[in-house]
Write a protein that binds this ligand. Sequence first.
Ligand code: ADP
Ligand code: MG
Length: 474
Amino acid sequence: MGITANSVWNNCLAFIQDNIQPQAFKTWFEPIEAIKLQDNALSIQVPSKFFYEWLEEHYVKLLKVALTKELGEGAKLVYIIRMENTYGNSEPFTERIPSTNRGNVSPQEMDVPIHSKNPELKNPFVIPGIRNIKIESQLNPNYNFENFLEGDSNRLARSAGMAVANKPGGTSFNPLLIFGGVGLGKTHLAHAIGVEIKDKYPERTVLYISAEKFTQQYIESVKKNTRNDFIHFYQLIDVLIIDDVQFLSGKTGTQDVFFHIFNHLHQNGKQVILTSDKAPVDMQDIEQRLLSRFKWGLSAELQNPDYETRISILKNKLYRDGVEMPEDIIEYVAKHIKTNIRELEGAIISLIAQSSFNKKEVTLELAQQVVEKFVKNTKREVSIDYIQKVVSDYFEMDVATLQSKTRKRHIVQARQLAMFFAKKYTKASLASIGSQIGKRDHATVLHACKTVDNLAETDKQFRKYIEDLTKKFA
Ligand code: ADP
Ligand code: MG
């Protein structure tokens, strides 16, 4: 019989039991489960973070002696912490435990590692905390480079991503900021980079997280008074991927904490990868100091895929699903869905489903119906010219007046509303909106948007303008 996690741990327990009070043994050691043994590292599962701290504080020496007896000088102890409560078990940060199913782990593990109140913990035997706790990367292996098809629209971002994956932290693309509209592959590419790094450098700690979850965790940590632990946890990551950072806009507390984490990682040569639906210049309500950090590295845009790329994405999807589809159908779909790869995929999946469930042949007519459904559901993009026209008409003035330099209040307000709606309903940058609405700069547009927001809250008449106009655009 070879040695197993259980046999090692049972021997340790026998030794420990001989050396401490029965009550203490019952309280602190019986609840522990040995999970696995790999090389010289024994993984044990403890019920809570508090439990772990207690063990580290009171029994680290004893554990060391016991384990060294069993495994020799190189022995290591890995803690796995079981979930204390049930919120968000979607967030298994520490290693999930393969052999026991109740071992869900929660976000609070992130505060595990951090503290070492006890100076003895410097002991290399049990390097306390996170270094011994594996962090699940939260990566989706289906989002990889292989199925992220290359085209003119994504070439820069894709190859920058590759470069980062080859040398995380070692290129000037740090941070790498990937930006672009909805459904253009930001999340996919961000995962692909992480997956590739995990593949090339299995020992590095990679973590993917959406800015939204990051924010929730941060708020939670503030409530639980574990803000420092939160920061320390993130400072231990080698490759940090934060998706949709535009979500941080207006959230000053989270921005602040992210700023500290970012600086720490950057200074230590760790890689940061960010995605956003806007270019840094167009991000609103993000602190300047953070924005300037975003610009340190490379901002790479994912643009709308060209026709060729759309065709190859469709064909690749069909190929992977083992489905054949007439060429003219593929072309039809590619011609009509242009600005969102998620919709492109959605349409083809829907066609595949129709043909296989209903045993219907995929005809051009069916393709037309499906595409129409998809295109209808997508908000048609209104142009800035159209917006200016509608707003001018509404206030019974002409577009030239709306654009003029006058400071007359009602004209200024009309202009600000036009800017506000242009921001809301088009993908144009602040700078481009400004230049099209009377040659103003981006700061003026930003100011206009804020003014409209404020007035919407405080001024009833103004709110009515917004409602009326919104109806005209929606
Ligand atoms: P975003 O995060 O920008 O909204 P996603 O990354 O979620 O977009 O991508 C939307 C869908 O399009 C995903 O299913 C993704 O796999 C697919 N996709 C995006 N870009 C590509 C590409 N270059 N090649 C293949 N599939 C892609
Ligand atoms: Mg996304």
